[in-house]
Design a protein around this ligand. Structure first.
Ligand SMILES: [Zn+2]
Length: 105
């Protein structure tokens, strides 16, 4: 059967702290490092943060339109980057829950 590569959102359990260390939060082409808040990073060019040197493995975006997310995924594929795209709201919700759990430790 011929391969059909399409974009599908997957729910996956991730270590929030680990993700934050390797996360680039983007608006469009540019974004900021979740680890050190460095601004103006380009996810196609900056494989590592110019501020703290962390290697990016995740991108978080607030874009919801399937077409816009598809464009990001297309660019990542074209450049041969190893970046997973997360929904920023999902991530922030997971982070908030994490902070809440900390209160009860
Ligand atoms: Zn950084």
């Amino acid at each position: 059967m011929a391969q059909q590569h399409k974009s599908v959102r997957v729910w996956q359990k991730l270590d929030v702290n680990e993700v934050r260390k390797h996360l680039l939060i983007i608006d469009d082409l540019y974004g900021s490092c979740a680890n050190c808040k460095q601004l103006g990073l380009n996810y196609l060019k900056d494989a590592q943060c110019t501020g703290c040197g962390t290697e990016f493995r995740y991108l978080a975006t607030t874009l919801k339109a399937p077409g816009e997310v598809a464009r990001i995924l297309g660019r990542i594929e074209k450049e041969g980057l190893k970046l997973a795209v997360l929904d920023r709201d999902d991530f922030e919700r997971a982070e908030a829950k994490d902070a809440l759990n900390d209160l009860f430790k």
